[in-house]
Design a protein around this ligand. Structure first.
Ligand SMILES: Nc1ncnc2c1ncn2[C@@H]1O[C@H](COP(=O)(O)OP(=O)(O)OP(=O)(O)O)[C@@H](O)[C@H]1O
Length: 285
């Protein structure tokens, strides 16, 4: 740690703190995630080791880059490239939501990050605005792999029992206690994020697990009265709907990310081929 000068706290999580630091020799800015004492607490140890193992395996432009790791006085330290802001910061600055083009560009990169994890058979399990870092030039970097895990083969009969991640982005199967969930939980969270980017408001801000289910059921019950917009030409080609003044790219909402049945949700790799990204007038590749 002596090689780095601390410039202040940037984040505080359940299992440690994240400090902005400068490498004394090179001047490079980094974020150092310092876990709590991991020898006494088995959960901290498990989360730290899992994050280290997965991040060493996962290298991608849209994933935060792990630079070095050490353990000192029973604490793990993870050094990352420093990223200027999070999606939460952008949403706080834009309470009415981000414009469609910005949302689309962010969404595309988030999908690339998650598709890459899924290709490696890893589910992130905690996709939320705080964990979407945005660097200069609006490059998305997904972070926080403390809850991520490798999927077991269906034949292993693996069940996942340690899921505690953020409620607002939790898929219905998690809320009802299904322990055999999979990649579709990340797709649900991405669907929630998209709507939050477009409106500035969390889609399902439940204040308890039960309330979370009510939020979701209420929204799906209202689908019958959804109205298509035809007058906004750029949006209508994407088959957009309005729900309580919320603009929703319908294809995402109804056929893809936010399906109640996880089996019916699209795969991230399919979503990357969605007209939202491939149509000439919207092409961002
Ligand atoms: N590389 C980074 N650059 C800048 N800020 C970062 C970086 N990594 C993390 N942060 C900030 O620190 C916060 C906490 O980081 P992270 O989510 O990895 O820690 P955590 O202890 O797992 O938190 P939580 O309990 O909220 O999941 C992030 O939400 C982000 O604001």
């Amino acid at each position: 740690m002596e090689r780095y000068e601390s410039l202040g706290l940037v984040g505080e999580g359940s299992y440690g703190t994240v400090l902005k630091c400068r490498h004394r020799e090179s001047g490079r800015l980094v974020a150092i995630k310092k876990f709590m004492d991991s020898d006494d607490d088995k959960t901290v140890k498990k989360i730290a080791l899992r994050e280290i193992k997965l991040l060493r395996q996962l290298r991608h432009d849209n994933l935060v880059n792990l630079l070095e790791v050490w353990k000192r006085r029973r604490r793990w330290y993870l050094v990352f490239e420093f990223v200027e802001r999070t999606l939460l910061d952008d949403l706080e600055k834009n309470p009415n939501g981000l414009d469609l083009n910005t949302s689309r560009q962010y969404l595309y990169q988030i999908l690339r990050a998650v598709a890459f994890c899924h290709q490696q058979n890893i589910i992130h399990r905690d996709i939320k605005p705080e964990n979407i870092l945005i660097s200069q030039g609006d490059l998305i970097k997904l972070c926080d792999f403390g809850f991520a895990r490798t999927m077991t083969m269906p034949t292993d009969g693996g069940v996942y029992t340690d899921y505690v991640a953020t409620r607002w982005y939790r898929a219905p199967e998690l809320l009802v206690g299904d322990t055999k969930y999979g990649k579709p939980v990340d797709v649900w969270a991405v669907g929630c994020l998209l709507l939050e980017m477009l409106t500035g408001q969390p889609l399902f801000p439940g204040d308890s697990d039960l309330d979370q289910i009510f939020h979701i059921v209420r929204c799906f019950g209202k689908q019958i009265s959804l109205v298509k917009i035809s007058k906004i030409s750029t949006l209508s080609t994407l088959n957009v709907i309005v729900l309580n003044n919320t603009v929703i790219p319908w294809c995402f909402h109804s056929q893809n990310c936010l399906q109640m049945d996880p089996e019916s949700r699209a795969h991230c790799s399919e979503l990357l081929d969605h007209p939202l990204f491939t149509q000439d007038s919207f092409n961002i590749r």
